[in-house]
Design a protein around this ligand. Structure first.
Ligand code: SF4
Length: 444
């Protein structure tokens, strides 16, 4: 008997790394059940669109992607953050087959089963131990929790994703161990609020590889630090206990990199934003961290033009970026997101003022970033190779100070014989504002 070809599902994954992890879980489930993944709309029997619903611009992008998939394929299931508002999707695209919300894996699979009959013989062994990933093989996102207990006034994520729900620490560490066994060299820890990890389960104690670990940020860092790979901490709020992770960086167990979404530095703007974690001693603490870990890189995101932000508030922000030497930063102009509490705040800032502040912010931060980049010239440091660049014979790599997709890169020449995932010592020979240029150190 000739087996009928496996049904094929196309996946469009939009939004942040957290959404990417959701897509990976869905892909893993689909493959486990014997579905094939189609790289294009044309070859797919059905298309799944994993949407983002955070900013209005992301909502637009999600709605456009759904429209494109309907036009190209016709059979579309929508999931992800915007899926929490089915009425918005159904009003724009009445032809969608089903809409499910963020991390509703069962519902997504149920909708797929309903519209595309599962194959008879699922080949469970097709799925590697670590699941299927959409990131290159040498790095992987490790999602430690869903949801968030904070209620920042500009953010609708808690409304979309609910309160903090932490995964048990032994599950996270076991997943990390499997990823490393499958060849991953760099783990990127993600959540909405990484330093709050475990609060909801009262830091429950679990056992992993015979040792006890509390479900909390410090123990997570301790456990991951035993795996011998680069471990990068994202979405860390500067709660006091974050200081305890710095010694692990000094010992080389955790990558000296902290992604802290400060969003602002002015006390009155932070108050209006209802941000978690007190920022009053933040500058001194950053200086102390840098004293203990001189190569610590700090990435952050900021919002300019928040309702009520005065020119003075904005100057406080620029001073902070300069004094704290925020090495990498994303900056967003405030958007009046539907359903966000900040819509009702007084003092909305005119668009042209937001634009001007955004430009000044980017100039200031480029200066900080360029000074850091220039200071790297002549150093020798480990870099991880991501793959070939557009220039023949040149590779793209990253230092420990650069996360994939969001930070700078190192353009590595004379790098024949190196492959994605290789970690090599590189001599940095030149720099521009954000990126570095270098070659393998043994050539020198
Ligand atoms: S910490 Fe604030 S911005 Fe981040 S997800 Fe929670 S509510 Fe949103």
């Amino acid at each position: 008997m000739v087996a009928s070809p496996a049904p094929k599902v196309g996946i469009v994954s939009l939004g942040c790394p957290k959404a990417l992890v959701d897509s990976e879980r869905i892909v893993t489930r689909l493959r486990a059940e014997g579905y094939q993944i189609s790289p294009d709309y044309g070859g797919a029997d059905l298309v799944l669109v994993n949407t983002c619903g955070f900013l209005d611009s992301a909502r637009e992008e999600s709605l456009d992607a759904i429209g494109e998939a309907i036009e190209a394929n016709g059979k579309v299931i929508v999931t992800g953050c915007l899926g929490a508002e089915p009425e918005v999707i159904e009003a724009a695209h009445p032809k969608v087959l089903a809409v499910t919300g963020p991390h509703q894996y069962e519902q997504v699979m149920g909708a797929v089963h309903e519209h595309l009959t599962p194959p008879h013989n699922p080949h469970m062994d097709l799925v590697p131990e670590s699941g299927l990933r959409l990131t290159p093989r040498h790095y992987a996102y490790l999602k430690i929790s869903e949801g968030c207990n904070n209620r920042c006034s500009f953010c609708i994520i808690p409304k979309l994703r609910g309160d903090l729900a932490s995964r048990p620490i032994h599950h996270v560490l076991t997943e990390a161990e499997q990823l490393v066994r499958a060849g991953v060299k760099e783990l990127l820890v993600i959540s909405q609020d990484t330093s709050a990890y475990g609060l909801d389960v009262r830091y429950q104690r679990e056992t992993w590889r015979g040792d006890e670990y509390d479900t909390r940020f410090l123990d997570l860092a301790r456990g991951l630090g035993t795996l011998g790979v680069w471990t990068r901490m994202h979405y860390v709020y500067p709660y006091p206990h974050v200081d305890k992770v710095i010694p692990l960086m000094a010992e080389g167990l955790i990558t000296p990199y902290l992604d802290i979404p400060f969003q602002h530095a002015s006390a009155s703007v932070l108050k209006a934003m209802k941000r978690p974690a007190k920022q009053d001693r933040v500058l001194e603490r950053i200086q102390e961290w840098r004293r203990d870990v001189p190569d610590l890189a700090i990435r952050s995101t900021f919002i300019v033009g928040f309702p009520g932000e005065t020119e003075e508030d904005f100057e406080v922000l620029l001073d902070f970026v300069r004094e704290a030497k925020i090495d990498r930063a994303g900056c967003f102009k405030y958007e009046n997101v539907a359903h966000a509490d900040s819509r009702d705040l007084p003092g909305h800032v005119p668009e042209e003022v937001k634009e001007d502040r955004w430009r000044r912010f980017m100039e200031t931060q480029a200066g900080v970033s360029a000074a850091r980049a220039a200071a790297q010239i002549g150093t020798v440091q480990d870099v991880i190779v991501d793959g070939p660049s557009e220039t023949e014979g040149e590779l793209i790599a990253r230092t420990r100070a650069d996360a994939p997709e969001v930070d700078g890169v190192v353009y590595l020449s004379n790098a024949d014989g190196l492959n994605a995932g290789d970690i090599v010592a590189a001599r940095i020979t030149d720099a521009d504002d954000y990126d570095l240029f270098g070659e393998p150190a043994e050539l020198n």
